[in-house]
Design a protein around this ligand. Sequence first.
Ligand SMILES: *Cc1c(COP(=O)(O)O)cnc(C)c1O
Length: 497
Amino acid sequence: MAKEVLYSSTRGEKGNIKASEAILRGLAGDGGLYVPDHIPHLEKSLREIADLDYQGTAYEVMKLLLTDYTEEELKYCISHAYDSKFDTQEIAPLSEADGAFYLELYHGSTIAFKDMALSILPYLMTTAAKKNAVKNDIVILTATSGDTGKAALAGFADVPGTKIIVFYPKHGVSPIQERQMVTQKGDNTCVIGIEGNFDDAQTGVKKLFTDKALAELMDSKGFQFSSANSINIGRLVPQIAYYVYAYCKLLKEGRIADGDEINVVVPTGNFGNILAAYYAKNMGVPIAKLICASNSNKVLFDFFKSGEYDRNRDFVLTSSPSMDILISSNLERLIYHIAGNDSVKDADLMAKLSNDGKYEITDDMRAKLDSFYGGYATEEETFATIKKVFDGAGYLIDTHTAVASAVYDKYKKETGDDKVTVIASTASPFKFTRSVMNALGHGDDSKDDFALADELSAISKVDIPEAVTSIRTAEIRHKTVVDRTEMEKAVKNFLGI
Ligand SMILES: *Cc1c(COP(=O)(O)O)cnc(C)c1O
C-alpha cells in the first residue's frame, strides 16, 4: 500500500485532511488552495500503463493521490465519468499534425477540456459527501470564463443533493459559450451573467466562499458551498491522467522509446491544466519542458521571464476568452511548492498580490522553475497559426490550441529543441467558430454562428459536434444579469434563504 496523501492549505491553515474532505471544501478557509503533502511516484511502469485504456490509466493516477477513496469507489467514479458522454472510446485521442502531437481533450459533452475533470468531479464529490456523512445539500459555486461553467452545469445537472450556481462575464464569452450555458436544463441549476470581467466574477466567488456569516446562514438552512473551479483538487487530479495517457500512447506506438523525454505545450489561463502536467512530471512521466502558452494577457510570460507577477495592467479581450485571465489561481500551488512547501512564504506573496496586485519571487524559487518556459502569441499570430495548420496539414484547431501551437513554433525557433512534443488541444474549433472562420479567411459578419458552423463543417469535412447542434433550437432558461456587487443577493435568491 502506498503512503496516504493528506492535504493542507497553501496558506497554512491547520491541515492534513483527507482527499475527500479537500474535495468537499474546495477552497481552504484561509483562502488558500489544498495541496498534497507529497507527490507520489507512479507504481506501475509507463510500459505497463501503456497497455491500459484511458479509464485504467486514470485509476493508476487517481488512486495514488485520492488515497481515502476505495478501489471500488474510484472505479465507480471513473467508469461513470469517462463513458459514452465522450464521442470517442479513446476519450483523449492524440493526432499528429504539423510536427507535433495534438492531445485532443475536447471530446466530452461540452467540447472543451474542462469536461476531462468536470465529468468526474460530481461523482468524486457525491462519493465524498457519503464518506463524510454530510447532511447539507452541496451548492457548487463557480466563476467561469466560458468553458468551466457549461462543463460544470452538465456534470452537476440533476445530481441529487447538489445545486449549482454559475457566474459568467456577460460580455466576455463567445455566443456559443453563452448559449450553451443559458439553455442548461436541470432544476438545480442557476446561471447568472455579471456586469464585469472574469476576474471580477472569480474575486466575487472567492469572497462568497470565505464569508463566515454567509456560511453560517447557509448551514442553518441545510446548504454548504463547494467549488467546481480549477482550484478544487478534485479537478486537478483527474487532469494528470491524460498526460500519463499521452506519454504511454507515444510509447506504445513506438514514437518514443522508454525513458525518452517529451515536451508539453499548454494553452494557459488559470494554470490548472499545466499544473497537472507538472504533477505528472513529478509522478514520473519524463517531461522535459512545460511550455506555458499565453495570449495577449501575458502575465505568466512576464512572470517566467522576470520572476515578478504583476496583474496591474489592462485586461484584453481576445479570441481565446478562456485564457483571458490576469490572476491565475492555480499558480499559487506552484508558488507554494517552489517555496519548499512553505505556507508562510506563500501567504506573504498572496497578500502582496491582493494588496499591491504584484509580488516577486526569490532567486532560489526561480531556480526551481527551470523546467518551465513561458511564451505568448498575439491575435495575429494565433489566427495565422490556425490557417497555417489547416492549409499545411489539413488539421483544424481552435483559437486556444492555436495560441499553444504558435508559442511552440516560437519555442522551436528560439531553442532548436526538437523533442517529441504534445500540444494540449483544449477546445473544439466549433466552439469558437466565428474566430476560426475569420482565421481561415471565410469570416462573414452577416451570418450567425450556426450558419458559420455549417460552412466550417463543409470546408473542413469535420462533422459539427452534437454539443453545437443540440443548442440550436433549445429554450433559453436563464436570463438573470446582475452587477458584480450583487452576487451575494443573487445566491440567496436562488437558494431562497
Ligand atoms: C480553461 C481553458 C483553458 C485554460 O486552462 P487553465 O487550466 O485555466 O490554464 C484553455 N483553453 C480552453 C479552451 C479552456 O476552456
